[in-house]
Design a protein around this ligand. Structure first.
Ligand code: FES
Ligand code: FES
Length: 159
């Protein structure tokens, strides 16, 4: 079994796995990073979204071999309960979500957006989240929360 090395949330990891194994399976089953969720398994819902070198990637459809040597960010690396990322705080403040199943993917897509565009319009946010489905219909609160986080980050809370 080959060994595949990459960085997960800033820490070097190495896993012995078939290179075709979906990254999502490696994150959840080998590394215990269960914040990334399995939804459709068909690259349709975005609940498995992670960032690879800053770009949103649906990890259910991404072979782990393709992230060798790269930086993978999952929800576990975004913030902590003691020090939440401004996006996480804004989602809490706006109560943006119900069951929460979609939120790790949405938060990571939103982070990628704010990293490249600190002042997105509501349309920019909607387009950036186009690949993330929320079955609970929390879309309006989610849009508000991303706008709020963007404003707070522009005022100095960025990281
Ligand atoms: S589980 Fe990956 S897109 Fe749905
Ligand atoms: S909060 Fe339930 S799917 Fe989005």
């Amino acid at each position: 079994m080959p060994s595949i090395a990459f960085n997960a949330n800033g820490k070097p990891v190495s896993v012995a796995a078939d290179g075709d194994t979906p990254l999502l399976d490696i994150l959840r089953n080998h590394l215990g990073l269960v914040g990334s969720k399995f939804g459709c398994g068909l690259e349709q819902c975005g609940t498995c979204m992670v960032l690879v070198d800053g770009q949103p990637v649906k990890s259910c459809g991404k072979a782990v071999s393709t992230v060798a040597g790269k930086n993978v960010l999952t929800i576990e690396g975004l913030g902590t309960p003691e020090r939440p990322h401004p996006l996480q705080q804004a989602f809490l403040d706006e109560q943006a979500g119900q069951c929460g199943y979609c939120l790790s993917g949405i938060l990571l897509s939103a982070k990628a957006l704010l990293d490249r565009n600190p002042a997105p319009s509501r349309r920019d946010i909607a387009l950036a989240l186009d690949d993330n489905i929320c079955r609970c219909g929390s879309h309006h609160r989610i849009l508000r929360a991303v706008e709020k986080a963007a404003a707070q980050m522009r005022q100095g809370g960025a990281r």
